[in-house]
Design a protein around this ligand. Structure first.
Ligand code: ATP
Length: 352
């Protein structure tokens, strides 16, 4: 089912939680709503579910205006951060619940329900847990039950509000795989809220970045990561080094650095260059006039990537660089060494 969100605004008292939000979501997309706490992600999700009203704008499902349609009639599945399972029901009954409470006319037979629940539990690898109660499951298992339960009623849209937020890192990773797997299987248009950029980049086919009740950027993970359109998105989507300096005649100058930038940019005294850690080049010897000296203050190994913290020698600034482990070995560098660095790629934003 496609979703069109048209000029949606929402206030709570005098507080504007959403401001003129418009997005078109195609059928079968897996979308991450990404943003800091309070940016309006949950409010937007609740409006889509029909659990919250809106002040202005409209929501269309498959071209039909459903703004005033009740949550029940929207055919939306919802998964919350805190597994809202029925504690007094077994896993089987939890997953079967949405089917059992259907009006008699549309209710599947007992056998059909049983088959469907069994299939879904097999899919989330909980076939041997059908008779257990939620209290006898781990957090990750409960969330898998919640996913199976949401899918049992064949929703046209699946909405997930920080579904893995309460779980530890390893289980989160596993559940991300589940979400992708279930999505590949069912192709239900799905939107999940997260404030974890890695989760959004890893799972979604498109990311909606929100800030202060507005959309900052919409794009594929690669687009928002590689081509952020604002300092906020740059900052929010990963580590970044800032080079504050004077922009003049195609050069950003900071300390001994003179970094080439597109010449169409005007002159500014306080421009900011943004550089991702993997775009910092490290050399053992100075390279023409393009590099500046920096001292290694910390080396941190994370699998095949080595993170290196550096302190510039020309100005009082710290930097973070990331290089592949092989390159690190070739360089043969240690804590306390002086190396020479330069940004390979830099994006300049002018402060407003
Ligand atoms: P988080 O990641 O912390 O859940 P969020 O991006 O989901 O944040 P929302 O829950 O949508 O943010 O809240 C957006 C803003 O609206 C917040 O400042 C919040 O305090 C406010 N808000 C949300 N619901 C209500 C409400 N029922 N009454 C008053 N203010 C509310």
């Amino acid at each position: 089912m496609s979703i069109h969100i048209q000029k949606v605004s929402k206030t709570f008292g005098s507080f504007q939680a959403l401001q003129d939000i418009s997005i078109d979501i195609e059928s079968g997309e897996l979308i991450a709503l990404l943003g800091p706490s309070g940016s309006g992600k949950t409010t937007l999700l609740r409006i889509l579910a029909g659990l919250e009203g809106l002040d202005e704008g409209a929501i269309l499902f498959d071209g039909q205006n459903i703004t005033n349609v009740s949550p029940k009639e929207r055919k939306v599945g919802f998964v919350f951060q805190h597994y809202a399972l029925f504690r007094h029901m077994t896993v089987f009954d939890n997953v079967a619940y949405g089917l059992k409470v259907r009006p008699r006319k549309t209710r599947p037979s007992k056998e059909e329900i049983s088959k469907k629940v069994t299939d879904l539990l097999a899919l989330v690898k909980l076939d041997n847990f059908a008779d257990r109660y939620p209290s006898q499951l781990s957090g990750g298992q409960r969330q898998r039950v919640a996913l199976a339960r949401a899918l049992a009623v064949e929703p046209k849209v699946l909405l997930l509000d920080e579904p893995f937020g309460a779980l530890d890192a390893k289980v989160r990773k596993e559940l991300r795989r589940w979400l992708r797997k279930l999505h590949n299987e069912f192709h239900v248009t799905s939107i999940f809220v997260t404030h974890d950029q890695e989760e959004a980049l890893d799972v979604a086919n498109r990311i909606i970045v929100m800030n202060n009740g507005q959309i900052e950027q919409v794009g594929t993970p690669e687009e928002v990561y590689e081509h952020p359109n604002s300092p906020f998105v740059y900052d929010f989507l990963g580590n970044v080094n800032l080079f504050r300096g004077r922009l003049h005649k195609g050069k950003l100058t900071q300390g001994q650095f003179e970094i080439d930038v597109p010449t169409y940019l005007d002159s500014y005294d306080d421009a900011v260059g943004y550089v991702r850690p993997h775009d910092i080049q490290i050399e053992k010897e100075p390279l023409n006039n393009e590099t500046v000296a920096a001292k290694i203050v910390h080396i941190h190994m994370v699998g095949p990537i080595v993170q290196i913290e550096l302190k510039r020698e020309d100005v009082d600034e710290y930097l973070e660089a990331e290089i592949p482990k092989e390159h690190y070995r070739e360089l043969n560098i240690n804590n306390g060494d002086t190396v020479y660095i330069r940004p390979k790629q830099l994006r300049v934003f002018i402060p407003e």
